[in-house]
Structures are given as C-alpha cells and as structure tokens.
Design a protein around this ligand. Sequence first.
Ligand SMILES: Cc1cc2nc3c(=O)[nH]c(=O)nc-3n(C[C@H](O)[C@H](O)[C@H](O)COP(=O)(O)OP(=O)(O)OC[C@H]3O[C@@H](n4cnc5c(N)ncnc54)[C@H](O)[C@@H]3O)c2cc1C
Length: 379
Amino acid sequence: MFSYWEQRSFSYYDHIVVGAGIVGLSASIELKEKYPQQRVLVLERGLLPTGASTRNAGFACMGSATELLDDLQYTPEADVVALFAARKKGLDQLRARLGDDKIGYRANGGHELISDKEISVLDKLDYLNALLMPITGKAAFLPANDRIAAFGFKGAYAKALIAHTCEGELNTGMMMRALTDMAMYKGVEIKTGATVQSYEETGNRVSVQVQDPFRNEVWPLACATLTICTNAFTKQLLPNEDITPGRGQVLITDIIPGLKIKGIFHFDQGYYYFREIDGRVLFGGGRNIDFAGEETTEIALNEKIQTDLEEKLRTIILPDTDYTIASRWAGIMAFGQTKYPIVKAFSGRVFGAFRLGGMGVALGTEVARQVVALNNIMS
Ligand SMILES: Cc1cc2nc3c(=O)[nH]c(=O)nc-3n(C[C@H](O)[C@H](O)[C@H](O)COP(=O)(O)OP(=O)(O)OC[C@H]3O[C@@H](n4cnc5c(N)ncnc54)[C@H](O)[C@@H]3O)c2cc1C
C-alpha cells in the first residue's frame, strides 16, 4: 500500500542503477555528470554493497606476468593488450576522480613469486615488456631476485621474484567510502536494502520491481533508463548472460611488528595474492583448489581453502614469524568464457556492465564510463 505522496514524489527517477559496487557507484556519478538536472537513483540489495567491491584485497593490478602469458596462450595479443590498457585507463580515472589520499593509493609496485615450475617465464619478460610498452611507457616487468631475502621469503617456494612496476595498492574501504560520498555529493540517491526483483520495458518507461523488506511488499518504480551493475548476481535479472560466480576467500593477520613485506604480491598465476595493510598481512585466493565449491553466490567461508591459506601463509609468506589471524571473509566475483567484462545495451533504455573478474578495482571506473557512454536518453 503506497500513499498518494509516495506515488507522486518517490516512484519516478530518470536513471536507475542496480548495484552499489564500484561499477554501479561510478556509473551513477557518470550519469549525474552527463545529466546534472536529472534524478539518478542507485538501488542496492544489501545494507552495504554486498558483492565484491567492499570485500576485495585492494590490488590496483593489471595482471601478473604468468597470468598474462597464460592469457596469451588462448587469446590474441591485441585482445590481451586491450584488456591491460582498459585496466590501466580505469585505474588512472579512479585516481583522478577521487584523489590518491581519499583512496589510500600507494605506488609501492607489485611482485610475483616464481616457483620452480614457472622459472621459464623469466625468459619471456622482454617479450611482455615490448608488447605492453605502448601502454606503460616503461618496462612493466623486471627481475627482482635480490629482494627475496629482504621481504623475508625463505626461497622454498620463491625461486625468483618479478617486480611489476605499474601496479599499486589502495584501501578498499576508503575507496568505496569516497565513491559513495562523491555520488551523494553530486546528488545521486542511494537506497540500500532494496532488491530489484525484475524489470519490464513499457513504451518510453522501464518499470522496476523493488522488494521493500520492511513493508514486505514490492515497490513499483519507473525510470527512463535502467543500468544493471550486479556483477556475479546478474543472472537473476538477465538469465541468458554468460556469468559464472566465483567466490574468493581472504584472511588478515593482527599487526606484525617488523613486518618486511611492502606492496602487493601474487603467486601461482594470480590465484594467490597478499599484501601489507596497516602493518598486517592480508592474504587471499586458493579458488583453484576447489573450483566447484567456490562456484557459488553464497557469501561464506570454505574451510578447505582457509586451511590452505593458513598453510601457505606460514610456509611461503611468513616463515619464522609469530603472528595471529584477526579475521576472515569471502566475496563473490564474476567470470565467463572470456576475461572481458560485458558492457552492452539490451535496448535503447536498458544497459548492463558486469562480469569484472578478479581485477575490477582497476577496471571498474572504465567499464562504468563505457556503459554510460551507451546511454543517450534524456528523459
Ligand atoms: C575476495 C576478493 C578479492 C578481490 N581482490 C581484488 C583485488 O585485489 N583487485 C581487483 O582489482 N579486484 C579484486 N577483486 C575483484 C573486484 O572486487 C571486483 O571485480 C569488483 O569489485 C566488481 O565490482 P562490481 O561493481 O562489478 O560488482 P560488485 O561489487 O559485486 O557489486 C554488485 C552489487 O550489486 C548488488 N546487487 C546484486 N543483485 C542485486 C539486485 N537484484 N538488486 C539490488 N542490488 C543487487 C550486490 O549486492 C553488489 O553490491 C576481488 C574480489 C574478491 C571477491
């Protein structure tokens, strides 16, 4: 039961965005910049954004050497380079939009630990550097074996170390806070606890059915355009899209006095990643040891993977170090047949930008820019 006033003043928005992750919030900001006089509303099902954007590791990354070389086995060079360029462009736009201080950005670079079986990758760094030079303007990958001991790795796993000169790190919480603040400052409305159940195009309107959990009824909204930024959860609204969810597991230690690592680190083709944050180690990954178990949208811990993370933390990352684990969490990513995000117009009024994979921090802003560029409807 909706009042006359609610129906008159709260049921129509010019542009509705579904999902308050990095893509949805960035898209709402782009829409408000494109159409400053129009009403832009973001609908988010969780009390907080509840996908990947508030649960990731904060790597401002573009792909490790082994990961890019693996991609090159199945994907044409031009496509791998284009995706790398989109990540770089997205990161540049994110930093320019919010400012490094607001997102806790630090350009400490990235490193990849190279195991025995991957050692031949060192022979291919010149090739990779030449391929990426038009985008990076400098050698992206450099051998850095001299730092293995300085970071405290014992060499049992890391037979070599590759420095990634273009990568950085940010504080995920600060970034999402700053994006939310900017969206609200520009006049975007954000409603949380608002699950979009379905939508339908009728004439020059899109009607959007939103579940109101407090009233336990469906709130019918209308808009001129709808932009779906629901990443791993997109099949609920767009069942035919090629999206496979992939859960990610993370843990973080308490503060470790004298911690030696600085910057971001990857190993095993990017399936594992760790970094220093606030004097602690944040460590995540391991999806590759239970792909089937992690192909889910359920936000829950996987004991097998958490045990594996603990073992690798003790033996590879922090040998001979006393530490305690402070907390653990999981988040949901979206994958598909290719690593490309899906950015498309489903009609003149319904758009979507989703399937960001494991590098959406860098890519998200550019994907949001692309989807709003498709939207040419002033209501
Ligand atoms: C553990 C983990 C670690 C990661 N580490 C990194 C990293 O270090 N660097 C990096 O670049 N990337 C990382 N990623 C990936 C990155 O976080 C994602 O690619 C990115 O956040 C995706 O952003 P998004 O806005 O597309 O999706 P999301 O952040 O998932 O946002 C989608 C939003 O839509 C909402 N939603 C879904 N359905 C509905 C509905 N029907 N109605 C209303 N709202 C809805 C969800 O609640 C969610 O908030 C990581 C991901 C995980 C899970």
